[in-house]
Design a protein around this ligand. Sequence first.
Ligand SMILES: Nc1ncnc2c1ncn2[C@@H]1O[C@H](COP(=O)(O)OP(=O)(O)OP(=O)(O)O)[C@@H](O)[C@H]1O
Ligand SMILES: [Mg+2]
Length: 269
Amino acid sequence: MTTQQAPAIRVQGLEKSYNKVEVLRGVDFDVERGSIFALLGSNGAGKTTIVRILSTLLAADAGTAGVNGFDVATQPGNVRESISLTGQFAAVDEILSARENLVLIAKLRHLKNADTIADDLLERFSLTDAATRKVSTYSGGMRRRLDIAMSLIGNPPVIFLDEPTTGLDPQARVEVWDAVKELAEQGTTVLLTTQYLDEAEQLADRIAILHRGRIIVNGTLAELKQLLPPARVEYVEKQPSLEDIFFALVGGDDDEGTPRNDRGAVRTK
Ligand SMILES: Nc1ncnc2c1ncn2[C@@H]1O[C@H](COP(=O)(O)OP(=O)(O)OP(=O)(O)O)[C@@H](O)[C@H]1O
Ligand SMILES: [Mg+2]
């Protein structure tokens, strides 16, 4: 398979345990080029573990993973050149300004036109007005936008966003969503992890739910909605929300992973 024909991300039979705890127990999914793929799961489901394996920071116990046509285990250098990773916690330097942060990264990546790259990204992420202020004075949304802007330096074809809006207020989340949508419109493949169902609903072309070490569903929002019939209340038809679908599928487990409702029944309101 050539690099061009391969999906942007291909994960097959991925397994990972920490000590004796099996976190990933055979994870499979593909992400098409230029699409936004949301990996949805509860705390501790293994989302960050998948992102760390795909970005070559962690080795899987079994299975294969390819990014941009390169194998993460045997071609880690090619994978790293193809990606950028925005971690769960913002990695911007507080005592520098947004512009200084961007120029610094561009220079670290040996790009010649660091100033132009910085100015373009500031404009694209609506940070031009605050460009010369120290990041320590920024709001959470501005920091996140800067974080994403920094990860785009060098135009990687694939970007990983691990919980890009955790801890942000609703307005800041919408700003980050707009930035992510714009990325995909320009052809970048985005894999994002989230615990927010509305985030997946808003952004993703495809949504996969990771539960107990496996992908239990993978589809478009429309396909996921078909898993639950709309509930009828007199004359009003209620479409299931992604939240209804999520809880019907994961079954309202408690923290120990013990199902509270093990009838396998689909919950409707
Ligand atoms: N280095 C490690 N050593 C031992 N256990 C780990 C390690 N890293 C992760 N785990 C465990 O693996 C499981 C999956 O963790 P992971 O961080 O991938 O989950 P997550 O889906 O990203 O969760 P969150 O939504 O909280 O970020 C958790 O139970 C976690 O405690
Ligand atoms: Mg995580």
